[in-house]
Design a protein around this ligand. Sequence first.
Ligand SMILES: [Cu+2]
Length: 508
Amino acid sequence: MTGLLIFFCILLIGIVVVQLGRLTELAVRIRGEGAAQLAANDFNARFGLFFMVVFLVGCFLSSIYYKNSILGYGPHAAASEHGVWLDDAFHLTLLVTGVVFFATQIALFWFAYKYRGRENRVAFFQPHDTRLEIIWTAIPALTMFYLVADGLVTWNKAMADVPETAVIGQDYMEIEATAYQFAWDIRYPGPDGVLGAKNFRRITGTNPLGQEWEDIENLDDQHVTEIVLPVGKPVRVRITAKDVLHNFYLPHFRVKMDAVPGIPTYFVFTPTTTTEEYRERLGALDRDGEPLYPEWYDPYDPAEPDGLKRYEAFNYELACAELCGKGHYSMKRTVRIVSQEEYDDWIAQQPSYYLQSVRGTDADPFKDKLLDFEIKDRKAEFNDNFNKALSSDVDKIIRLKYVNFQTGSANLTSLSRYELDNVVAAMNKYPNLTLEVGGHTDSTGDAAKNLSLSDARANAVKDYLTSKGANADRLSALGYGQDRPIDTNDTPEGRAQNRRTELRILTQ
Ligand SMILES: [Cu+2]
């Protein structure tokens, strides 16, 4: 409806202009050409002045009206260190070009008015004036030179990489953003602070970034769904794309960088304002206790007028600033800037992608090995159980939770050796220790067979321990078959509990 009204208004103005033109033609015929021309000159010159005033006042008022919605003004001061520099460069350019804009518009219309054609007025002919030429060439040239030079200095400062002497994880942190149609994969480096190596040939459904799992720096890397960063710490974002051109855009931080398939880019910035502080800024009150920016007090969800206000629900966002396809809009991600403590809590809860999705699968190059931290954890667990058994008066049994056999055979799995090495270490520590290795099975199948299998398994453990230097005289091996279950044999979990190897401390 509004559109239609505007259309008719424009149409009406068009008709008026055409009619005015016809009227002038008519006047020319009645009054004679010369007089009509002079009257038209007067009218055009005055109308020009009127237009200038309306136009300039309109420019001024609209910029005041929209000020608080524009990045860099009102509550939208930059939330990053370099953002302030860029905003300052913009403000300076706007000030200079704004003054020039107003001055030239006023001069243009004033000259058109003052020197309009009048009776007996003759044009003044000025062939050349070197002084004037120099002035109106030098002033714009110097101004432009200053703006460009200052802009370049600011640009180089804002776009600089981290200094060569900066230590990763200490002076700055590094994260990675990979764009694809239509989302971002965000990778954090994990406790080691270093992002692991990638190779696009390794990209599969379960390895979306093509991480090389042989590189141990990949093992603690985390894939996260939102970007959370500590305030005041420089962050270097590695930016890449998997399919088409995207753009990593954090408007509130004045961070913007193309994500190009095949050409890694980066951006270094330091967030200076937490999400909470930005919300307070949007919800600020004036001296009378009235909201400074009332539009931010509207309900965030119009369906819930009593719910959160807009400023309370505000979040920084990551957007794709490249029209990359139909689902482009859905590339929005939340960005949270928090205190260092809050960040530490959050990052500690983010699981390693490798441990969660790759460990133990066919893609895992360390399938037949324990990782250093697992060895440490399991050793601590074994020592704990061992010490409990040592000090116990009744239950001197240690269950070897990580000793396993291939199905139906007495062949130890390759991962069993870590636990057995812990046993050897304990025997070396306590020279008077003698142990019985007990084999147990579940109740599946023939009892006699189970008995001989458990016996073979107990002996396999004993053999391994002696091969690692344990004294055979301090070890005995005994199969108990299915006679001593510790759990039900009716469920798979229960049967798994019953298939076990135990140590019994005989003397210590
Ligand atoms: Cu995109």
